[in-house]
Design a protein around this ligand. Structure first.
Ligand code: ATP
Ligand code: MG
Length: 247
């Protein structure tokens, strides 16, 4: 069987130092298969962003195993981690983090530019194709700060897909959007998942959106308290075996 896109075992994160040290994640076990579309929910301060930052290799765990797309991360140095992150993981944050003075196309091409070191025509072709996928073909040359909030988030999604990642991590991707734009952006994530088979782990506070995911993982006080297949997610059968995985 193919490696899962994500495999966590006993993952812990502690902050502070020596006598002030406290633990935020208390041993997370989680497996995400290829093509899964999962929501990560839980109260404020439960550790969702901390967990996403560990999975996204933006921060190192204090203990436990973190395997991304078959790569055991504990043994990798910073250069290898940066490379793995760049090639296998896409990020979508609550705030889009686009470069305002760059065009939509330039923003989307940025990860490719970073990976390849200098611009080429293929990069911009790829950016244009991705902007078409997110419904912004006619906005390629528009400056990012001239786009609406929903459009900017679509550009951020296109940018997250530039390197064809196996896994996209989204931390409240619709948190800054009105209901209508949030629905559209969410539908777009779902479409990418179905068409490209990209796995998604999406932090959301919106129960309506969580119920449109195939699987709902709930974190409370740094522990997974429930992990269940969501059978009502439209038009798709529940994910096999995900419900009992972590217990
Ligand atoms: N860099 C850090 N240094 C110290 N403590 C931190 C750090 N980052 C997060 N924490 C603490 O870890 C806990 C979990 O924070 P985290 O941001 O992961 O929560 P969250 O579930 O994403 O919350 P929210 O829904 O409000 O975004 C909090 O108590 C927070 O104060
Ligand atoms: Mg958070």
């Amino acid at each position: 069987m193919a490696d899962p896109v994500l495999h966590l075992e006993g993952l812990r994160k502690r902050y502070g130092s020596a006598d002030t040290e406290y633990e935020v994640l208390h041993g997370i076990d989680l497996r995400l298969e290829r093509g899964e579309f999962a929501a990560l929910i839980g109260p404020s301060g439960s550790g969702k962003s901390t967990l996403l930052n560990l999975i996204g290799l933006l921060d190192r765990p204090s203990a436990g195993r973190l395997v991304i797309d078959g790569a055991e991360t504990a043994t990798l140095d910073d250069t290898a981690l940066t490379r793995l992150r760049g090639e296998r993981i896409g990020f979508v944050f609550q705030h889009h983090h686009l470069i305002p003075a760059f065009t939509a196309e330039e923003n989307v091409a940025m990860p490719l530019l970073i990976a390849r070191g200098r611009p080429d025509a293929a990069m911009f072709e790829r950016a244009g194709e991705l902007l078409g996928r997110v419904g912004l073909a006619d906005r390629r040359r528009q400056l990012a700060n001239r786009l609406s909030g929903g459009q900017q988030q679509r550009v951020a999604i296109a940018r997250a897909l530039a390197m064809s990642p196996a896994l996209v991590l989204a931390d409240e991707p619709t948190g800054n959007l009105d209901t209508h734009s949030a629905d559209e952006v969410f539908a777009l994530l779902r479409e990418v998942n179905r068409q490209l088979g990209t796995s998604f782990l999406i932090v959301t506070h919106d129960p309506r959106l969580a119920h449109r995911c195939d699987r709902i993982i709930e974190l409370v006080d740094g522990r997974i308290v429930s992990d269940r297949a969501n059978e009502v997610a439209a038009g798709r059968s529940p994910v096999q075996g995900s419900a009992e995985e972590t217990e």
